[in-house]
Ligand binder design. Structure first.
Ligand SMILES: Nc1ncnc2c1ncn2[C@@H]1O[C@H](COP(=O)(O)OP(=O)(O)OP(=O)(O)O)[C@@H](O)[C@H]1O
Length: 265
């Protein structure tokens, strides 16, 4: 089995996220126990696991929305349990998040949604904020006609793109995506995969992406972390995982859907 922490052993890129011995609980229920994970700069990491294995709880723990019951999490080399307000704000600025449901402000236009992190975190003049927001909207492939639309007037794919534009508003180094292609048709999902890969290549982004979408793993992920048995059982390339002996991984990659995704890749 591949060691989730040290694989690949020759990789000396900076570790942007380091999780050690994570313990996550809700009341009596333990979701994570002894979970270790490293995410290195420039990596596009897919996070997979059965439903309810704690992928979103892991994301929320890393970005500080859920306090761990034990273990440590370092992000940009800061221990998240021991940060000043300034350090926390700095990390927030360097991090973009696309939540599963997009989490757009329903009363704000597309332009104002994308501008909102710039308004909150910078002192830039209004004109400059507008210009930057327009740039991000173009970057995710949306036309200027979308600027004044409200979220209720957008398709699922457009909402995801607006959420992504907002996540990119502050030029983050690290991007978290929670099931970005869920709910998209296969063509929309493939287009979104391409967009994420292009952005990560062009901007040198490090990506932490929760997904159930095997096509996305094959299309864009350098590494895949598998959550099972309350921890990361393997972190490796998809090609390495195809040879894993772990029963869930075997079923996932070598079952009918896995074989189809492999063929298509
Ligand atoms: N706020 C909460 N209070 C109590 N239990 C919670 C809370 N948030 C999550 N859980 C539980 O933690 C477990 C892991 O949830 P999580 O959403 O991380 O799973 P997941 O792997 O992302 O699942 P899916 O693939 O279905 O989205 C689930 O059993 C869920 O019910």
């Amino acid at each position: 089995m591949t060691d989730p922490v040290t694989s690949p052993t020759t990789d000396d890129r900076e570790v942007l996220i380091q999780v050690r011995g994570l313990l996550s609980q809700f009341g009596e229920r333990t979701i994570h126990e002894n979970l270790d994970l490293d995410v290195r700069r420039g990596e596009v990491l897919g996070v997979v696991g059965g439903s309810g294995t704690g992928k979103t709880v892991l994301l929320n723990s890393i970005i500080g929305l859920k306090e761990p019951e034990g273990g440590s999490i370092r992000i940009f080399d800061h221990d998240i349990s021991d940060m000043t307000k300034e350090q926390a704000a700095d990390i927030e600025r360097r991090t973009g998040v696309l939540f599963q449901q997009g989490a757009l402000y329903s009363s704000l236009s597309v332009l104002d949604n994308v501008a909102s992190p710039l308004v909150e975190h910078t002192k830039m003049p209004r004109d400059m904020i507008r210009e930057l927001a327009e740039m991000k909207i173009a970057m995710v492939g949306l036309k200027p006609e979308s600027h004044h639309l409200k979220p209720a007037e957008l398709s699922g794919g457009m909402k995801k793109r607006v959420g992504l534009a907002r996540a990119l508003a502050l030029d983050p180094e690290l991007l978290f995506l929670d099931e970005p292609t869920a709910g998209l048709d296969p063509i929309g999902a493939a287009a979104f995969d391409d967009l994420i890969r292009t952005l990560s290549d062009d901007l040198g982004l490090t990506v932490f992406m929760i997904t159930h979408d095997l096509d996305s793993l094959y299309a864009i992920c350098d590494q895949v972390a598998v959550l099972a048995d309350k921890h990361v059982v393997e972190k490796a390339t998809v090609q390495e995982l195809e040879r894993s002996d772990h029963p869930w991984i075997k079923e996932y990659f070598l079952g009918p859907r896995g074989r189809a995704a492999n063929k298509a890749a």
